[in-house]
Design a protein around this ligand. Structure first.
Ligand SMILES: Nc1nc2c(c(=O)[nH]1)N[C@H]1C(S)=C(S)[C@@H](COP(=O)(O)O)O[C@H]1N2
Ligand SMILES: [Mo]
Length: 396
């Protein structure tokens, strides 16, 4: 055995473990704030449980509106349903950020808990908390960057956001079960009496966190809730800034359609499973019965902008072409690539008299960036499915 040359004693076993134990002890001694209490953590936990539930449900709604399973027919009314669910999803997600940061601050000393694992079940529990924290941070911060048009990652945000939500919400449910006794003890039964100054500082802290959350809502909600639009200084999109008073998500230039959309040879064709194939020039479309609707573009990113649209009813085109009552109409863009260059319109939507292939917006022909010469606009539909630069309807 090697002897310590000075002390002439065997070196202590497991030096790293001892050092870590000492470090953990000295660190945990430094967290003395009364705000780092079980009670504050439980209170914030309840708020987070509610906000993650709302985010999960509204997120699933958004996912299944964009990718409807064949057996599910989403209604076309209420007109603003998607605007509301997606507004709640995005604005609610932003308002969750202060709650999550406060919760992490409150429970941070637990990271230095020693020994790190008391038992296998304790290890599993801590692994779950790691998943919960990692998942929550991932969802909120990549979500924030995504709506700010900052794409720092190689993966598809919607796919990652969707699958992470199951992991996160699953971990959250188990966490709630694990922690339920603490929540009850701290929030519904008063076992311990709190010193008045502790109560005061706890209330002040929670009040500040709630105010930060509320302020986030106040300063962003205007991107979809028009009465607050003047206050939407933190929103990445002003809902009234853009050509013809409506924001643009992808320009005609970026979509590579600038040459094609001005072509005098433009035709809208209706093909596929139809009795009669149809083909229209722009003036033939303009000579059809025109209808006026007031509908929003409601982007998955949370902003919504309302406009007045004029155009032909998709239902009129389907009727003229002769389609099955349950036909699916794939509205296709001149845009050749890009994830949103076509979208499926199912019976509830193409039968809705508000669903148009619009030629005009707010009194003028569509700006190139809004889909000139023709775009889809339908009620209760995610913005990504309001296809621009439409030249073909394929019936199946
Ligand atoms: N062909 C095509 N249509 C499209 C898109 C696109 O990228 N390509 N983007 C969609 C998205 S994500 C939104 S939010 C709306 C935005 O419409 P706007 O730019 O006229 O506001 O257009 C939709 N239509
Ligand atoms: Mo969008």
């Amino acid at each position: 055995m090697v002897r310590d040359p000075v002390m002439n004693v065997p070196p202590p076993k497991n030096r790293p473990v001892e050092a870590a134990t000492r470090l953990a002890r000295s660190l945990s001694g430094r967290f003395t704030s009364s705000l780092r209490s079980e009670r504050v953590a439980a209170q914030l936990g309840v708020w987070l449980g509610i906000s993650f539930t709302v985010a999960f449900v509204t997120g699933l709604i958004s996912h299944f509106m964009q990718h409807p399973p064949t057996w599910a027919l989403w209604p076309s009314r209420p007109v603003n349903l998607y605007r509301v669910t997606q507004g709640v999803h995005v604005i609610g997600g932003l308002a969750t950020i202060p709650l999550l940061l406060a919760k992490l601050w409150t429970v941070y000393p637990k990271l230095w808990q020693w020994p790190p694992f008391r038992s296998l079940s304790h290890a599993v529990e801590r692994g779950l908390v790691l998943l919960l924290v990692g998942g929550a941070l991932f969802q909120l911060f990549t979500g924030l960057l995504n709506i700010s048009y900052t794409y720092l990652w190689p993966f598809s945000f919607p796919v990652a956001h969707y699958w992470t939500s199951y992991l996160l919400y699953g971990a959250l449910l188990i966490h709630v079960v694990n922690e339920w006794a603490k929540v009850r003890r701290n929030l519904w039964t008063r076992e311990r009496v709190e010193a008045p100054e502790v109560t005061r500082s706890r209330r002040r802290f929670l009040g500040t966190v709630a105010a930060a959350s509320g302020l986030t809502v106040l300063l962003t909600a205007g991107e979809t809730f028009a009465p607050l639009s003047k206050l939407a200084v933190l929103a990445p999109r002003a809902p009234d800034v853009g050509p013809q008073g409506v924001p643009v998500n992808k320009t005609a230039f970026a979509a590579g359609v600038r040459e094609m959309i001005g072509s005098p040879g433009f035709r809208l064709t209706v093909t596929g499973a139809v009795r009669t194939e149809l083909s229209f020039t722009l003036s033939e479309l303009a000579a059809m019965p025109q209808h006026t609707v007031r509908l929003p573009i409601s982007c998955v990113e949370g902003w919504s902008a309302e406009a007045e649209w004029v155009g032909v009813r998709l239902h009129d085109l389907a009727e003229r072409a002769g389609t099955a009552a349950d036909a699916v109409l794939t509205v296709t863009s001149l845009e050749r690539t890009g994830a949103y260059n076509s979208s499926e319109v199912r019976a509830p939507h193409w039968n809705d008299p508000l669903t148009l292939l619009a030629l005009r917006i707010n009194g003028d022909p569509l700006h190139p960036d809004h889909g000139y010469p023709l775009r889809l606009i339908a009620p209760n539909r995610p913005g990504v499915l309001q296809t621009k630069w439409v030249n073909r309807v394929v019936v199946s």
